[in-house]
Design a protein around this ligand. Structure first.
Ligand SMILES: Cc1cc2nc3c(=O)[nH]c(=O)nc-3n(C[C@H](O)[C@H](O)[C@H](O)COP(=O)(O)OP(=O)(O)OC[C@H]3O[C@@H](n4cnc5c(N)ncnc54)[C@H](O)[C@@H]3O)c2cc1C
Length: 386
């Protein structure tokens, strides 16, 4: 593996950085966070750059499936705006990657070109009020009635459901069936009759809210079963397949973006804040904190680069992606908290971005499989006997 980033990814980063500077000024991002508002028009401009096609082959209207490019995009967006990065993921990854991997040919032909153009968004409907990590035990029911599927149940933390075109919903489709062979994924438009959304206020990711979504005998066509008829009761291999590996990397890429932004701010601040007649950057405690933060970020970047490279080549990478998700999300949290210390009171004031980075980064070890779940994966996959 060549550790240098290829030229096309360096060019992509440059494009996204210019987009961020133009469309996502700091003051606007801070206001959207404060007002809990999502700038959909900015996302539409992002989509117009063609970047939402980075998970989709050219034959379906994308720019070619390119995991390292997708991760670079997420990182650069998260460096300024967590909500815009998540909207990108909901489109390119939750939509594009899942439909490419698990959709029927008809679903690919219908949805992938629209996802590549950034016209439609997905939301994940996996978690339920009583179900967190143990997804195979979901209680939401999907029942067949001729050419329709009836969905009844409740999903929790369904992020972005208010602006999504489809909830990628996990349901139990055969209560008498064996565990892991009784689940289906259904595409449910959240505007369908019988769907109710209630926002769940959270400390971070403001502007892109999560919802309690209830489904009261919601009818969708059987064509909305992910994978078509062949996908009925086949959700588990779809969930545990290559998209799960990439999903872990998406969280890591967000962590690197947020940590890099925190370091940028603390690095700058340490040089301008003068105490006892000298910039605080001259004090060893501050210098070491920033040197450690840069070092940790570098290690995190290398882990993400390696795991993305493996995933892009379709190689088995369940251990590496879990290690990357675990290390990078925990490391990003540590980096951001250390940068907050460097900035003292100004790392706590809402007039500075660092306070938002603290609220946002705390989410990363929780979502996409918690740190404990990643540790379980690593120990199990490496064959550690119980
Ligand atoms: C802001 C936000 C957005 C979210 N967005 C979405 C979304 O869009 N779609 C969606 O479906 N979900 C979403 N989630 C839910 C998220 O994926 C959940 O956090 C996840 O499902 C785990 O559930 P839980 O946090 O309730 O933890 P639980 O699974 O209830 O676990 C509680 C604690 O026990 C630990 N634990 C659980 N099982 C084990 C085990 N076997 N071994 C060791 N430790 C264990 C966990 O690590 C955790 O510390 C979101 C959550 C938040 C906060």
């Amino acid at each position: 593996m060549n550790l240098d980033e290829p030229n096309h990814i360096a060019a992509l980063r440059d494009t996204i950085r210019r987009f961020v500077a133009r469309e996502l000024p700091r003051e606007a991002v801070r206001k959207w966070d404060h007002d809990d508002e999502f700038p959909r028009a900015v996302f539409d401009k992002l989509a117009a750059l063609g970047v939402t096609g980075s998970t989709i082959p050219e034959s379906y209207g994308g720019t070619g499936r390119d995991i390292p490019a997708t991760m670079a995009t997420i990182e650069e967006l998260a460096r300024r705006s967590f909500p815009i990065a998540v909207a990108y993921i909901n489109c390119a990854c939750y939509g594009g990657m899942n439909i490419l991997e698990s959709g029927s040919e008809a679903q690919k032909r219908e949805l992938l070109p629209r996802l590549a153009r950034g016209e439609i968004l997905f939301a994940y409907g996996l978690t339920e009020p009583d179900i967190g990590a143990d997804l195979a035990s979901v209680k939401t029911r999907a029942t067949r009635r001729g050419d329709t599927v009836i969905v009844t149940g409740a999903k929790r933390f369904c992020t972005g459901a208010d602006i999504a075109d489809y909830v990628y919903l996990l349901a139990n489709s055969d209560p008498a069936g064996a565990r892991h062979k009784n689940l289906s994924l259904i595409l449910v438009p959240p505007k369908s009759p019988g769907v109710t959304l209630r926002p769940i206020p959270t400390m971070g990711l403001r502007g892109f809210p999560s919802f309690d979504a209830t489904f009261d005998a919601v009818e969708v066509p059987a064509a909305n079963i992910v994978g078509g008829e062949a996908g009925w009761n086949q959700a588990w291999p779809m969930l545990a397949g290559p998209t799960l590996d990439v999903e872990k990397l998406e969280v890591a890429a967000i962590g690197i973006g947020i940590a890099a932004a925190a370091i940028d701010d603390a690095w700058e601040y340490a040089q301008t804040r003068v105490q006892f007649g000298k910039p605080v950057s001259s004090y060893q405690a501050i210098r070491h904190a920033l040197a450690d933060a840069k070092t940790r970020l570098h290690a995190a970047r290398l882990m993400l680069r390696h795991a993305s490279w493996l995933a892009d080549r379709g190689e088995p990478c369940g251990v590496e992606t879990s290690m990357t998700k675990l290390f990078v999300s925990e490391t990003a949290k540590r980096i951001v908290l250390d940068c907050q210390t460097v900035m003292g009171a100004y790392g706590y004031a809402t007039e500075f971005d660092l306070e938002r980075h603290v609220r946002d980064v705390l989410l990363l070890p929780i979502i996409g499989g918690s740190s404990a779940i990643q540790r379980n994966n690593i120990a199990n996959r490496l064959g550690l006997p119980r």
